[in-house]
Design a protein around this ligand. Structure first.
Ligand SMILES: [Zn+2]
Ligand SMILES: [Zn+2]
Ligand SMILES: [Zn+2]
Length: 178
């Protein structure tokens, strides 16, 4: 074996090791994020449900975990598809979502052909608004909220104290414009 070949093999091996370390780290990170989200869901269940006398059931826990793993608004049917336990029926998913909405853990985003879509409320994620495509239903979040001045104006002019606001822009997404 020439020295060049030997060097090349050593290099390839070193690269391989780096790649596997990166993969390993990525897996550890993904697992950490997953378990972090799961524990966050459990913590919320403890605070919002158990503390108020509701019981912590498997459908409730799994439904909330699905919302923690998705950034986009989901219909109950879409939630059900992602549940690890395939035996949980759609009615239980609806009931869990209803309860979480009452407890302000989830919030209703909009109503599309497939049904109402929900996501975690402001209390559990960054405050944001939605750009909703009226043609394909695709939603995009935007976080640049500039409603403070408007709320101050409302306060002054109407003596109305705004507690929260809800803003949606309906339009056409990039691909639906073509
Ligand atoms: Zn679209
Ligand atoms: Zn959103
Ligand atoms: Zn806002």
């Amino acid at each position: 074996m020439t020295r060049e070949a030997g060097d090349a093999i050593c290099k390839a091996f070193a690269n391989l090791k780096t790649t596997s370390v990166i993969i390993l780290l990525a897996n550890v990170w993904a697992e950490y994020r997953w378990s972090h989200k799961v524990s966050k869901a459990l913590e919320i269940i403890q605070k919002t449900l158990v503390a108020k006398g509701h019981s912590q059931t498997k459908p409730r826990r799994q439904v909330l975990e699905v919302f923690f793993h998705n950034d986009k608004p989901l219909t109950p049917a879409a939630v059900r598809k992602q549940l690890p336990d395939r035996n949980i029926n759609l009615a239980s998913v609806y009931r869990a979502i209803e309860l979480f909405c009452r407890e302000r853990v989830l919030t209703e985003v909009d109503h599309v052909q497939e049904g109402r879509r929900y996501e975690l409320s402001d209390a559990y994620r960054t405050h944001h608004h939605h750009l909703i495509c009226g043609s394909c239903g695709e939603t995009e979040d935007f976080e640049d909220c500039e409603m403070d001045d408007l709320e101050k104006l409302i306060r002054r002019r109407y003596r109305f104290k705004v507690i929260r606001h809800d803003l949606r822009f309906i339009g056409l997404c990039q691909s639906c414009q073509q």
